[in-house]
Design a protein around this ligand. Structure first.
Ligand code: UDP
Length: 252
């Protein structure tokens, strides 16, 4: 890899300075963490698969007019993105009960929710990303009321589109996490989708068997993590078959 300025290193990605002002390079690592980084492993090929899956999802969203930070994929592990100011919220959209919602409210995992639910968490590792209400978000100036409105509208639109996209390839979109950023364009500020959308940030269940095709395989030690991610990529048509996902990407 060429020497260049590292802007930020997270748990699964690194951000480098981009080739032009206002751009960054997003590098996908093979590292996986869970339970606020208490659990860590390296899953060979995961970064390559997430780069491809996130590219596919972000460019599809760009096509339907959802503004995102994504510009283009550069190579097996990197994509060129627009530099944004990250809004310190994790926005979770849920269609089916699972994970922390099931635990918190005692709703059995797998139960369809009466409607899609959007939740906000304050992005702060030291605090373990606590759930917050709009009241906290506006009182502490993490985002404005207008930005919350924009985020809600975008999150629900993304959910509708992705639920259909995944349903078309036999996958249930159970829930997922989004991050948004502020894109400064002269005098204007726009709220755009940032970060990634991949099996690291979504719960994806096979529609026929409820087999988990996402990071829960890592969280719950089910094994076959990269194989499941490759299955998602293959069903989306990114690779011809799961084997070629590894041949074309796994080793890079
Ligand atoms: N999620 C994520 N990053 C986080 C927390 C959650 O990508 O730091 C995703 C997670 O993969 C799932 C959804 O957000 O698709 C909802 O997660 P949940 O609140 O159920 O938390 P978890 O059970 O993952 O702790």
């Amino acid at each position: 890899m060429t020497r260049r300025k590292k802007i930020y290193e997270g748990k699964a990605k690194i951000l480098y300075e981009g080739p032009e002002p206002g751009t960054l390079i997003q590098y996908f690592k093979d590292d996986a963490t869970a339970f606020n980084a208490e659990k860590h492993a390296v899953i060979e090929g995961k970064g390559v698969l997430n780069n491809r899956i996130s590219e596919f999802v972000m460019s599809s969203l760009n096509l339907i007019g959802v503004p995102t930070h994504f510009i283009r994929r550069l190579n097996m592990r990197e994509q060129l993105i627009r530099e944004v100011e990250i809004i310190p919220l994790e926005v979770v959209v849920r269609n089916i009960a699972a994970g922390s919602l099931s635990k918190r409210l005692g709703i059995p995992e797998g139960e369809a929710l009466p409607r899609s639910i959007v939740e906000f968490y304050y992005k702060n590792d030291a605090l373990g990303d606590p759930m917050v209400a709009e009241e906290h978000i506006t009182a502490f100036n993490w985002a404005s009321t207008q930005e919350i409105d924009d985020i809600m509208a975008l999150a629900l639109r993304i959910n509708d589109y992705l639920s259909g996209l995944f349903a078309g390839v036999g996958i249930r979109l159970v829930d997922f996490k989004l991050e948004f950023g502020r894109l400064y364009e002269g005098e204007m500020v726009r709220t755009v989708l940032a970060d990634e959308i991949s099996p690291d940030s979504c719960r994806l269940w096979d529609a026929a068997t409820n087999n988990k095709l996402d990071k829960d395989r890592f969280r719950q030690d089910l094994g076959g993590v990269s194989e499941a991610y490759a299955e998602v990529a293959t069903r989306l048509g990114i690779f011809r078959d799961p084997k070629s996902a590894f041949a074309e990407g796994g080793a890079a």
